[in-house]
Design a protein around this ligand. Sequence first.
Ligand SMILES: [Fe+2]
Length: 381
Amino acid sequence: MNGVRFHAPTRIVFGNGVMSQFKDIIKTEIGASSFFLVTDEGIIKSGIAERLISQLSDVTVFDEVEQNPKNNTVDRAGDEIRAVKPDCVIGLGGGSALDAAKAIALLATNPGKIEDYEGKARYTQPPLPVLAVPTTCGTGSEVTWVSVITHTARKFKMSIKGPEMFPAVAVVDPDLLSTLPPHLVASTGLDALTHAVEALTVKPATFLTDFIALEALKLILHSIEAAYRDIQGNTLAREEIMKGSLVAGLAFGNADVGGVHCLSESVGAILDTPHGIANSIFLPFVMEFNVPVVAEKYAKIAKLAGLQGENDVASAMTLIEYIKNLALKLDIPTFRETGVQENQLMEIALKSFENNSNSSNPREATAQAYLNILQKAYAEE
Ligand SMILES: [Fe+2]
């Protein structure tokens, strides 16, 4: 198919404090009257869920979403939502809660289990409308059409997507980040950085996704350290990192992600490593692998970070060092510190090669190439 395509149908409401107008947003943007809220225990404990629930009159709460959400959890919620029959699903939380919400909205209107819908538009009925409220600065899921669910028996992350799976509305309130613990600011912020780097460099990138990804990179690179140091006190950093995360979502949602996500999704499925941590670990190593084909684009990112080398390759290498140091400053653990064993590297490499996004990576990556990257990451003390 020829021609550049860009699809971003989600209505976005962005601003500090917009959560307090949730009732009005529902009224004007979606018009639903009964809700199924998908979230996790942490969001309930933090009090954020209550601020939302108190504005709704008919809401059923499902708070059992775990990190790297699992197929059994989504299937259980699917049974519940079919009994409740709400008008709308609200996803409140990080990427796990938002991805689970999209999958549960699909099961509300379609029979069977979530694994039956792995792939693109395998459903027959459109899912219920989803209203997505991110509480971290990384996922981007509030504006993408994909839900990533871990199949525990297969130790594989399934991608479930389709044009009707974009959230109908995204309510993005940077103030919700105020109480996010620093380690989650770091890992989710670096997830957003990875989204922007990969969106800019993958094979399906277009001039539109480049434009947005570069803006996302500017915002994220300028704010991530300040946000990590003082998310509560630094309003500007909080706002910029949230904007960066949102627009990085628009970019990768229309381009794709690449090798970093192939590795992090495999590690997440096998070892249950948090998604942002895994991305932070692999980002510099995959960039190093991709330098021969995308040095020019990496040089553009380097410039945004205030770095420059003698030529594009030198700029790219300086940027990779900068990103390694950034992960150190943000106290991201090394690959070994996540508990991975050397004898698991081959399984991770094979699963990374099988990942749906592998074909989007700018440089062809074989299972052996992934193994080499994993071994380099593993060698890091
Ligand atoms: Fe991601």
